[in-house]
Ligand binder design. Sequence first.
Ligand code: ZN
Length: 86
Amino acid sequence: MLTCEEVIAELANFLDQEISPDDFRQLQIHLSHCSTCRVIYDSTRKTLRIVTESRSFELPEDVSSRMMASIISRITSDAPPKDPTS
Ligand SMILES: [Zn+2]
């Protein structure tokens, strides 16, 4: 079973369609059990789709990756800090 961190890390690869069928299956299994990751996945995918459709071209890979990072950091910044000592 993947952890949430692993899923979020894989999500960027998945959205760039650089994921193996096996990893994709693991991702699907995690998403079916974890509502947090499912929300992140859905909102990220929708945002990317809206941007790409409204501009009628594919985003360059580095742009979509940077957008992913920005979306994920915004979502995860609402979560309680994982390392209270830092
Ligand atoms: Zn999760």
